[in-house]
Design a protein around this ligand. Structure first.
Ligand code: PSV
Ligand code: MN
Length: 396
């Protein structure tokens, strides 16, 4: 790699940060059960500690996404304690994720529920979450809804769309300063016939109806097989409506596999669209990069480190695309040359340049090795193992 290309990689890495999800450190499972990890975090303090340790090794994860019910069950009352705990571990609260899908009242939906009292309860939770975000100094309120139906004819999809627009508009009105509302879409699960915000078009429409500070959030796992996600990204960029990502990889559905484990080229193509847009327009899009993964089999901290370093690698590769050459190839429909231009960047080994960047920042060159040599895992296992074992489900 030439010095110029290495400088491009370093400049790109200087701008790249990625948010860790608090829920990625706790024991989670599938609908068939949980395999407990003795080092899993058992409370918010431990989640923040794990996230903070990853940030100390990678230098690019200063914020932690929080899920309101899971992390702040006491709501706004716990804001000061949470901020203090985050600071103790060298991180800050990141996006705030309201939860309007677990309470029993949400069996038939939240903002889309035919019962106005339930819609009101969901809306109030969104407003409370906005207040929590303000208290924590968090910019993004990140909204995902499990709303939908399982059987044809059981839900009035049009009316539900209007109820969603109303609820989101009310939440938007509660934003202050630079706060944003991110609207996430998902085609199925837990609902299996219709989902109220099923795709990026629906998320876009609802975000536009909600107000100017509402943008679309793209969770890479929330698409049908073979969907061209980078095209969605390109369109949202062009519309100035791309707010952020939930990164994960998938083979079949919303599998939550580590980023790039199945299709690293797709992640590269997504990053490429972002770089290409910035080069062509001269605008730096304001995108929140977040991880949405919770690992049941891999060690949780190792899986996150793997994800962060993979994201950096694919981002650095995308920074190497020769945009002027690509634009010229596209102009004259030079297909092989244009495709090769992308492939050349993708095939470049950026790891030496990343190691050099890490060294220049005083960070370990190999965060995974540094983690394994740190003794952190042994220390937390000693403290948490008993508590984790005690939480095992008994079928007796
Ligand atoms: C739903 O599948 C989702 O992607 C939403 O972002 C939730 O907040 C998250 O997963 C919970 O794991
Ligand atoms: Mn998500």
């Amino acid at each position: 790699m030439t010095d110029q290309l290495a400088r491009n990689v370093h400049a790109a890495l200087d701008r790249f940060q990625i948010e860790l999800p608090s829920w990625g450190f706790a024991n989670t499972g599938t609908r068939f059960g949980k395999f407990l990890q003795s080092a899993a975090a058992t409370n918010l303090e431990e989640k923040l500690s794990d996230a903070g340790f990853i940030h100390s090794l990678t230098g690019v994860c200063p914020t932690v996404a929080l899920h309101v019910l899971w992390d702040l069950p006491a709501g706004a009352a716990s804001v000061d304690d949470v901020s203090a705990a985050a600071a103790r571990h060298g991180v800050r609260a990141g996006s705030i994720n309201p939860n309007v899908f677990q309470d029993q009242i949400y069996k038939h939906g939240s903002l889309g529920n035919p019962d106005p009292a339930v819609r009101r309860a969901a809306q109030n939770h969104l407003l409370d979450s906005a207040t929590i975000a303000q208290g924590l100094g968090s910019r993004d309120l990140s909204l995902w809804f499990a709303d939908g139906s399982n059987y044809p004819g059981t839900a009035n999809m049009r009316r539900r769309k209007h109820w969603f627009a109303e609820g989101l508009t009310a939440a938007h009105a509660r934003l202050i300063g630079d706060q944003r509302l991110l609207v996430e879409y998902k085609p199925f699960e837990p609902a299996f016939y219709h989902t109220d915000i099923a795709d990026w078009g629906m998320a876009l429409e609802l975000a536009r109806l909600a107000g100017p500070r509402a943008k679309v959030l793209v969770d890479t796992g929330h698409h049908y097989q073979a969907q061209n996600i980078e095209q969605i990204v390109a369109w949202l960029l062009d519309l100035e409506m791309l707010g952020g990502f939930h990164f994960n990889d998938r083979r079949y559905a919303d599998d939550d596999l580590t980023l790039g484990s199945i299709d690293p080229y797709q992640v590269f193509r997504i990053f490429h669209e972002i770089f290409f847009y910035a080069w062509e327009t001269g605008k730096q899009p304001d995108i929140a990069y977040m991880i949405d993964q919770s690992h049941n089999l891999k060690g949780k901290i190792e899986a996150m480190i793997q994800t962060v370093t993979t994201a950096q690698e694919l981002y650095a590769k995308a920074a190497l695309v020769d945009h002027a050459a690509l634009a010229a190839f596209q102009e004259r429909s030079a297909l092989v040359e244009a495709e090769t231009c992308l492939k050349d960047a993708f095939s470049t080994d950026v790891r030496p340049a990343i190691r050099e960047w890490a060294r220049s920042k005083g960070l370990p060159e190999d965060p995974m090795r540094a983690f394994r040599e740190s003794g952190y895992l042994e220390r937390i296992t000693a403290v948490r193992a008993e508590r984790n074992a005690a939480s095992a489900t008994s079928y007796a």
